[in-house]
Design a protein around this ligand. Structure first.
Ligand code: SAM
Length: 211
C-alpha cells in the first residue's frame, strides 16, 4: 500500500492513544477490559486504510475489532475513518504483526482476518507469507477453538499456496471461494484492495478455515 510521509502522524498517534493503543503487549490477556465489555474479539492483520474494519464494526456491533497495521502513515488514515464513523468497537495497533502472541493470550481471539496480505511470490520469501506454518501456529494459539481464519486475496498463487499450507497444517477448510463477487454475499465488506482489484475484473478468492 502506498505510503505518504505524514509529518502530523506522530502528534496524531499521541492524541489518540485510546484508539491506537501504544505498548499493546501490556494488555495481553486483558483486551476485554480495554473494551470494557465481554464481546468476542476479532483481529485484522494488515488493516491498511481501515475500510474493512470500519464496515465490519458497523455490521457487527456485538463484536469488538482490533486492526493491526505496521505503517504509521497508513494507520492514521484508518484511525480517521474510525473517528468519522464513531465506532466504539474498534481499536488499532500500529505494530508489526509478525508475532501476534506478543499481544494476545491463548484463546483470547475469536476471529482472524487476513485481507490482501503481501503475496511474497519468491520461494525464498515463503516464510513471510501470513499463511506460512509459523503464522498458523500463532493463530492456533491465540484463536479460540471455535474461531475462524478468514482470508481474502486477488493473488491466485498465494491463495493456492495457502490452501496447501492450511491443509498440511491440519486445518479444516470450511469455505473455498474462487470468485467471491460472483455470488450474492451481502455480508461481504470490501477492503480498499478488493475494490481496486475487482474493478479491474480480477476474481477475488476467499477461504474460511478453523483448527
Ligand atoms: N488489508 C488492506 C486491504 O485489503 O486493502 C491492505 C492490504 S496491503 C497489500 C497490506 C497491508 O499490510 C499494508 O497496509 C501493510 O503496511 C500491512 N502490513 C504488512 N506487513 C505487516 C506486518 N508485519 N504487520 C502489520 N501490518 C503489516
Amino acid at each position: 500500500m502506498r505510503q505518504r510521509n505524514k509529518p502530523w502522524a506522530d502528534d496524531f498517534l499521541k492524541e489518540h492513544r485510546k484508539l491506537i493503543i501504544p505498548n499493546p503487549s501490556e494488555y495481553k490477556g486483558r483486551w476485554k477490559d480495554v473494551f470494557e465489555n465481554d464481546r468476542p474479539i476479532h483481529i485484522e492483520v494488515g488493516t491498511g486504510k481501515g475500510q474493512f474494519i470500519v464496515g465490519m464494526a458497523k455490521q457487527y456491533p456485538d463484536v469488538n475489532f482490533i486492526g493491526i497495521e505496521i505503517a504509521k502513515s497508513i494507520v492514521v488514515t484508518a484511525a480517521q475513518k474510525v473517528l468519522a464513523a464513531e465506532n466504539d468497537n474498534i481499536l488499532l495497533l500500529n505494530e508489526d504483526a509478525s508475532d501476534l502472541r506478543e499481544y494476545f493470550a491463548d484463546n483470547e481471539i475469536d476471529g482472524i482476518y487476513l485481507n490482501f496480505s503481501d503475496p511474497w511470490p519468491k520461494n525464498r520469501h515463503e516464510k513471510r507469507r501470513l499463511t506460512y506454518k509459523k503464522f498458523l501456529e500463532q493463530y492456533q494459539k491465540i484463536l479460540n477453538p471455535s474461531g475462524k481464519v478468514i482470508f481474502k486475496t486477488d493473488n491466485r498463487g498465494l491463495f493456492e499456496y495457502s490452501l496447501v499450507s492450511l491443509t498440511d497444517f491440519g486445518m479444516n477448510l470450511e469455505e473455498v471461494n474462487l470468485d467471491l463477487h460472483a455470488i450474492e454475499d451481502t455480508t461481504n465488506i470490501m477492503t480498499e484492495y478488493e475494490e481496486r482489484f475487482s474493478a479491474k475484473g480480477q476474481p477475488i478468492y476467499r477461504l474460511k478455515a478453523s483448527f
